[in-house]
Design a protein around this ligand. Structure first.
Ligand code: GLA
Length: 387
C-alpha cells in the first residue's frame, strides 16, 4: 500500500499537518476453521494486504475526526457521547478507542485517515486489520506502547463483540498483530500458546480465489454457529458434573454421541465438525513437519466437506470452486475464514498452477457471469508503525 497516498489524503482532509502512519495486515488460515471460539487450534498467517492509517492527536478532549479514504466518507464524533457513530466502518474506530481506554491508555481526541487493500467481505479479515492497526496507533500515540500485543488482540476482539455484533474468536486479531513474514502460526486458542512455522513449500503455491460473494458476519449466521457449539457444551457439562467443560475442546467424541438426541441433528453436526477440525489441524502440523503436502491437501478437502455439509457455512459458488480444484488435480482446497462467501484457499503444485487458474476463471465465468479474483499469498509481517 502506498504511504504517500494515505499521507496526501490525511493532509488534505485535516489541517495540513502530518501524523504517524501505522499498518496491519489481513490474514489467511491454512486450516482450523471455527475452532478458535471452541478453544481449538488455528493455523493462520498475516498477508501482504491490509490497512494503513495516519493518525495524529488533534488537541481536543475526545473528538475523533475520521476519514475513510476508500469510501470517501468523513465522520466526526465524540467517543465519550455514549453512542458513537452509526457508519459501520467508524464503529471499529469508536470501539477500539474505548477498548484501549479500558486498558488504561489515556486516549484524547485525534484525527485519522485510513485506506486498505485487503478485499472487504473476502474472508481475509479486513475488520481485524482495522482494529489492530488502530490499536497499534493508539498504543503508540497515547499509551507509550505499554499495552501488550495480546491485550491489543483482545481489545480488537472485544470491539467486534461489543460494538459490531460479531461474537468472533481470536484468530484474526491474533494473526494481524503477531504475523511474521514467511511464517504461519499454530495457535492453541485455549492456552494461547503459539508457535511459528516457516512456510515455504517447495514446488507448491498457495493461492486464494475470491468467489466475489460478499460475506457478512454481522447478524445471525456466524453467531448461530457459535450458539450451537455452546449449547452442545452445556448439555455435555450437565451430564458430567464431575468435569470442567468450557468449550468443545474439552469434549470427547463419546460425550458428543451421548447428547446427540437431546441437542438435535443440527447442533450435533456442527459440533461433530469442530471435533474433527481440531484433529485435522494437529494432523496438518505433523504433515508439515514431515514435508508431506499431499496429506496437508487431503485435510484441506476434508475441512471443506465439513464446512459445507456439517457446519453449513459454504455457498454454491464456493462449492463450485472447490469442485473445479478437485477436477484440476489441485492438492488441497477449501473455504477460508468464516464462510458464507469470500475465498477458497488452494494448495497447488507449481506445474498445475496456470491451468488451474485458467480453468477456474473460465468455468466460474461461464456459470456466474463473473471471474473469481485471484490472490497469490505472500506471508508477511503483523501490525507495525511505518513512520
Ligand atoms: C471469522 C472470525 C474468526 C474465526 C473464523 C472462522 O474470521 O472472525 O474468529 O472464527 O471466522 O474460523
Amino acid at each position: 500500500m502506498d504511504i504517500e497516498f494515505v499521507r496526501s489524503r490525511f493532509i488534505k482532509h485535516f489541517d495540513g499537518k502530518t501524523g504517524n502512519i501505522y499498518a496491519s495486515p489481513g490474514r489467511i488460515n491454512l486450516i482450523g476453521e471455527h475452532t478458535d471460539y471452541n478453544g481449538g487450534f488455528v493455523f493462520p498467517g498475516a498477508v501482504d494486504k491490509g490497512i494503513m492509517a495516519e493518525m495524529r492527536p488533534n488537541g481536543t478532549e475526545s473528538t475523533i475526526r475520521a476519514y475513510s479514504i476508500d469510501l470517501k466518507d468523513r465522520v466526526d464524533f465524540d467517543f465519550h457521547d455514549g453512542q458513537g457513530p452509526r457508519a459501520s466502518w467508524a464503529r471499529y474506530i469508536y470501539g477500539i478507542t474505548l477498548e484501549m481506554e479500558k486498558l488504561g491508555v489515556p486516549v484524547k481526541g485525534y484525527n485519522i485517515a485510513f485506506a486498505g487493500d485487503v478485499p472487504l467481505g473476502a474472508g481475509m479479515s479486513s475488520s481485524a486489520a482495522m482494529e489492530s492497526c488502530f490499536a497499534c496507533g493508539l498504543n503508540d500515540l497515547f499509551g507509550d506502547n505499554k499495552v501488550s500485543k495480546w491485550d491489543m488482540v483482545l481489545a480488537g476482539q472485544a470491539t467486534e463483540h461489543n460494538y459490531c455484533g460479531v461474537n468472533c474468536g481470536i484468530m484474526d486479531q491474533f494473526a494481524s498483530v503477531f504475523g511474521q513474514a514467511g511464517k504461519l502460526m499454530r495457535l492453541d486458542c485455549r492456552s494461547r500458546e503459539f508457535e511459528y512455522f516457516p512456510f515455504d513449500p517447495k514446488g507448491y503455491k498457495l493461492v486464494l480465489l475470491n468467489s466475489c460473494v460478499k460475506h457478512e458476519l454481522a447478524g445471525s449466521p456466524y453467531n448461530d454457529r457459535r450458539n450451537s457449539c455452546e449449547n452442545v457444551v452445556k448439555h455435555i457439562a450437565a451430564k458430567h458434573p464431575e468435569g470442567t467443560f468450557e468449550t468443545l475442546r474439552d469434549c470427547t467424541w463419546e460425550q458428543l454421541e451421548e447428547v446427540r438426541a437431546e441437542v438435535g441433528e443440527e447442533d450435533y453436526s456442527r459440533a461433530h465438525f469442530v471435533l474433527g477440525e481440531k484433529d485435522r489441524v494437529l494432523a496438518v502440523c505433523d504433515a508439515l513437519v514431515a514435508g508431506d503436502y499431499e496429506t496437508v491437501g487431503k485435510k484441506m478437502y476434508e475441512t471443506h466437506e465439513g464446512l459445507s455439509k456439517e457446519y453449513e457455512v459454504s455457498c454454491e459458488e464456493l462449492d463450485f470452486l472447490n469442485d473445479i480444484a478437485k477436477e484440476c488435480g489441485v492438492t488441497g482446497s477449501r473455504i477460508m475464514g468464516g464462510g458464507f462467501g469470500g475465498c477458497t484457499i488452494n494448495l497447488v503444485k507449481d506445474e498445475l498452477y496456470d491451468d488451474f487458474i485458467k480453468t477456474a476463471c473460465q468455468k466460474y465465468y461461464e456459470k456466474y457471469g463473473k471471474a473469481p479474483k485471484v490472490y497469490d499469498v505472500i506471508i508477511s509481517d503483523g501490525s507495525r508503525k511505518i513512520c
